[in-house]
Design a protein around this ligand. Structure first.
Ligand code: GCW
Length: 682
C-alpha cells in the first residue's frame, strides 16, 4: 500500500540483486522459540519483514539439519543461545539491549540475535530488519546495543472525546467508546511502530484532561490498551489531574498534606495496579495554565509530586512532574519562572520523581536556547520533553524535520560540571549519576490513514524514538535510514531528500522567527504570523516578546535587563549576555538591538531581517523544485501528497514573510532593499 500506513515498516523487496542474493543465502530459515507473547511478536515481525524483503515465506524450524540460519532468543528461551560465547556481551546488554552477530554455531553459519529479555530480542529483530531495509551486509555483523535512557515515552495530548490538543492528524487513536470490548488493529500497529524505534511507554491522556480516565469504567478501557501494548514492551501511563480527589473522589480538598487526600491517592493507585499490574505511573501538569496543583494549598511542587510518588513507589511506578509552569499573574519574564520555582526544590523530590522539562524555557518555539534547569538540579532526575507534533512549526502543512533542533538542544553544553556537561549527559543520567532517566515526546499521531497527516511528519516520530534511545544519535544518520526505509534507497532520491530534511528546520526559523524572535505567531491556534497580537495578559501578546519600536527590537534578557542569562552557568551566561558572542541565531532572544546595528553578516539588523525572511521563502521554493524533480522515483500517491503540502507551505512562508516584514517595517521605517521581492499586502 502506498497510503503511508506502513510507516517505515514497509519491508519492500530488496532492490539490489547482490544484496538480495546474499540475504537469501544467509537466512533460508529461522529458529526462534515463541512461547511468550513478546517472542511471538518478534517471530511474527521477522516473518512479515523477511517475507517482504526477500520475497519469500521463510520456514520457522526447530534447529534444522544443516546450512545457515537466523537464530534469535534469550539464554532461557533457547539452549543454543545459552551455549554461545556471548556471556560478556549479554552482561553488558542489560534488560533491553541485544547482541547481533554473524557467527559459527556448531559448524553452521548463523545470524544471531541474542538478548537477556524477550523485549531485547524484539528490539534486536527490529534492528536487524532495519539493517536489511537499508541494505547493509550480513557479513561479519558485530552489533551491541542498549538504550541510554530508561523511559522513552510518548505523551498523547488526547482527550476522552477523541479531540487532540495540538493534533494535526485527525482524531485520537483511542476509541474510548468501543473499548474495552473492541480492539482496533491499529493499536497493534501503533505498538509495533513504537517498539521498532525503542519507545517503551505511552501516556494515553492529555496533561490538560479531566480526572475521568481514573474512574473504574475507564480503567477497564486502559487495561485493554495496556494488554495490546504489553507484548511490545510498552507500558501505559496516565495523567493525574491534581484535583481528582475532589472531582471523582468526593473529597473537599486536594491538599497533598491532607491525610484523607493521601489515602485517596494511595487507594486509587492500588486499584490501578490491581487492574494494570505493570502500570508505569503518572504524568502531572500542576499550577500551570489554570491547572490545579499543590500551590492552591500553599504547598510546593515537591509536596505534590511526593504524595503521588509515595503511592506508586510500592508498585515500582514513577511520577513525571512537569516544570512547564507559569503564573496566572503577569510575570517579570515568563521564561524565568520554571527555574525560579524548581531550582530551589532540588533534593526535595522522592527518588521515583522525574521533573519533566521542555527543551527550552518558553514553549516549543522554532528556536530557543536550552532550558536553564538542565544541569541546575543535580539531585533530581530531569526528563526532557520534546514536542513531536508541530504546534509552532507549521502544523499540518510544513515539512520540518525536527531532529536537528533536538540535536542542537542535546548537544548544548550546560557547563554544569565544567566543559562537556551537555544536556544529553544530564538526560541520560551520566553527568549526575541518575539511574532513573527519561525522554518524553508529545505525539503527532492521529486517525489519519498515514498516522501523522504530512508524510514527512512520520520522520519526526521516528527520530524521536531513535534519539530517546540514544541522545547522542546524529540527526542526519537518522534521516538517512528513515528515507531508505520509508521510500527508497535510490541515491538520486536519498541525497536531495536528506538535504531538504536537514535544512528544513533552519528554513522554517527563517520564515517564521529569524534572529532569535519568538512567540510572534497567531493567537491561540499558533498557525501563521501574528507579531501584532495584543490584548489579554501581557505574556500572551507578541509585543511582550519582540518589543519592537522605532529604535529597535528584541527582549533584553541580559544582566541589564530581565537577567534571564543569570540562570545559566558562568561561561554560558557570559556568552549569552554579550552581543559580540551570543550569535545571530539567538540575538533577539537575549538582546535588544537597534535597527541599524550590524549583525554577524555585516548587514544592518533590518536588512538582515529582510534577508532571512526572504531566504526562508526562497528555500521553500527550492524545496518544491527539488521535490517536483523526484516525481516517478516513488509512488505517485505519497509524492503528490507531499507536493500539495509543500504548496501550502510556500503560501504559509510567504504569508509569514510578508506579514512580518510589513509589520516590523512600521518601526524600522526603512525600505526593503531592491534585490528582494516586495512583500505583498493582504
Ligand atoms: O504549548 C502549550 C500549548 C498548550 C499545552 C501547553 C502545555 C497541553 O499551547 O496547548 O497544553 O503548552 O505544554 O502544557
Amino acid at each position: 500500500a502506498d497510503d503511508g500506513y506502513d510507516l517505515w515498516l514497509r519491508y519492500s523487496l530488496v532492490k539490489d540483486a547482490t544484496r538480495l542474493a546474499e540475504y537469501r543465502a544467509a537466512i533460508p530459515r529461522i529458529v526462534i522459540d515463541s512461547r511468550t507473547p513478546t517472542l511471538a511478536a518478534a517471530r511474527d515481525e521477522l516473518g512479515r519483514g523477511l517475507r517482504g524483503l526477500l520475497g519469500a515465506e521463510l520456514p520457522f524450524t526447530p534447529r534444522g539439519p544443516r546450512g545457515p540460519y537466523l537464530l534469535a532468543g534469550t539464554p532461557s528461551s533457547s539452549r543454543e543461545i545459552d551455549a554461545l560465547e556471548l556471556k560478556r556481551e549479554l552482561l553488558a546488554a542489560g534488560s533491553e539491549g541485544y547482541v547481533i552477530r554473524s557467527m559459527d554455531v556448531g559448524g553452521r553459519q548463523a545470524t544471531v540475535i541474542a538478548a537477556n529479555t524477550d523485549v531485547g530480542v524484539l528490539y534486536g529483530v527490529f534492528h536487524l530488519l532495519r539493517h536489511m531495509q537499508t541494505e547493509g551486509s550480513l557479513e561479519g555483523l558485530r552489533i551491541e546495543e542498549k538504550p541510554r535512557v530508561e523511559r522513552r515515552i510518548l505523551n498523547h495530548w488526547d482527550n476522552l472525546d477523541r479531540s487532540v490538543e495540538r493534533g494535526y492528524a485527525g482524531r485520537s487513536l483511542w476509541d474510548w467508546n468501543a473499548l474495552p470490548g473492541t480492539l482496533d488493529p491499529r493499536y497493534t500497529d501503533y505498538a509495533r511502530a513504537n517498539a521498532s524505534i525503542g519507545i517503551n511507554g505511552t501516556v494515553l491522556t492529555n496533561v490538560n484532561a479531566n480526572a475521568q480516565v481514573l474512574t473504574p469504567a475507564y480503567l477497564q478501557k486502559v487495561r485493554a490498551l495496556a494488554g495490546v501494548f504489553r507484548p511490545y514492551g510498552i507500558r501505559v501511563y496516565l495523567t493525574a489531574r491534581f484535583s481528582a480527589p475532589i472531582e471523582i473522589g468526593g473529597l473537599r480538598t486536594a491538599d497533598p498534606l491532607d491525610p484523607a487526600v493521601r489515602a485517596w491517592w494511595k487507594a486509587k493507585t492500588d486499584e490501578i495496579y490491581r487492574i494494570i499490574p505493570d502500570f508505569g505511573g503518572f504524568l502531572v501538569k500542576a499550577n500551570s495554565e489554570g491547572q490545579p496543583g499543590p500551590q492552591d494549598y500553599r504547598r510546593t511542587h515537591a509536596d505534590g509530586a511526593n504524595m503521588l510518588a509515595e503511592a506508586v513507589a510500592p508498585h515500582d511506578g514513577i511520577v513525571m512532574w512537569r516544570a512547564f509552569v507559569y503564573s496566572p499573574d503577569e510575570p517579570r519574564d515568563r521564561t524565568m519562572q520554571a527555574y525560579d520555582e524548581f531550582h530551589p526544590l532540588d533534593g526535595q523530590f522522592l527518588p521515583n520523581v522525574l521533573v519533566q522539562v521542555k527543551n527550552g524555557p518558553l514553549d516549543f518555539q522554532p528556536r530557543e536556547p536550552f532550558h536553564p534547569l538542565f544541569g541546575a538540579m543535580p539531585r533530581t532526575p530531569l526528563m526532557l520533553e520534546l514536542q513531536v507534533t508541530q504546534e509552532y512549526l507549521g502544523q499540518h502543512s510544513d515539512l520540518v524535520y525536527l531532529a536537528p533542533m533536538w540535536q542542537e538542544v542535546l548537544d548544548a553544553d550546560t557547563y554544569a560540571r565544567g566543559a562537556g556537561s551537555t544536556v544529553a549527559k544530564v538526560i541520560d543520567g551520566s553527568l549526575e549519576g541518575h539511574r532513573v532517566t527519561g525522554v518524553a515526546g508529545v505525539a503527532n499521531t492521529g486517525t489519519d490513514r498515514n498516522w501523522t497527516g504530512h508524510p514527512f511528519h512520520q520522520a519526526n516520530w521516528y527520530a524521536f524514538g531513535r534519539m530517546a534511545w540514544n541522545p547522542a544519535a546524529r540527526s542526519d544518520a537518522i534521516a538517512d535510514e528513515w528515507i531508505r526505509m520509508t521510500f527508497t534507497s535510490d541515491e538520486a532520491f536519498v541525497r536531495p531528500v536528506k538535504r531538504m530534511m536537514m535544512e528544513s528546520r533552519e528554513v522554517a526559523v527563517n520564515y517564521m522567527t529569524p534572529l532569535g524572535l519568538h512567540h510572534i505567531m497567531a493567537r491561540s491556534h499558533h498557525y501563521g504570523p501574528g507579531p501584532w497580537v495584543t490584548g489579554g495578559r501581557a505574556d500572551w501578546t507578541a509585543l511582550y516578546y519582540h518589543r519592537a519600536d522605532t529604535l529597535g527590537i528584541g527582549f533584553d534578557r541580559t544582566a541589564a535587563g530581565s537577567n534571564a542569562v543569570g540562570q545559566y552557568v558562568g561561561p554560558v551566561r557570559d556568552r549569552f549576555n554579550d552581543r559580540a558572542t551570543v550569535g545571530d541565531s539567538l540575538l533577539l532572544w537575549f538582546h535588544r538591538v537597534g535597527w541599524n546595528d550590524r549583525v554577524e553578516s555585516g548587514r544592518t539588523l533590518w536588512n538582515e531581517m529582510v534577508h532571512r525572511y526572504s531566504a526562508g521563502v526562497d528555500s521553500v521554493r527550492a524545496m518544491r523544485r527539488a521535490w517536483d524533480g523526484l516525481a516517478g522515483k516513488i509512488d505517485a500517491e505519497r509524492h503528490g501528497e507531499v507536493a500539495r503540502r509543500l504548496a501550502t507551505q510556500e503560501r504559509a512562508a510567504r504569508w509569514w514573510r510578508d506579514a512580518s516584514l510589513l509589520y516590523f517595517q512600521q518601526f524600522a521605517r526603512q525600505p526593503i532593499p531592491p534585490q528582494y521581492e516586495r512583500p505583498a499586502r493582504p
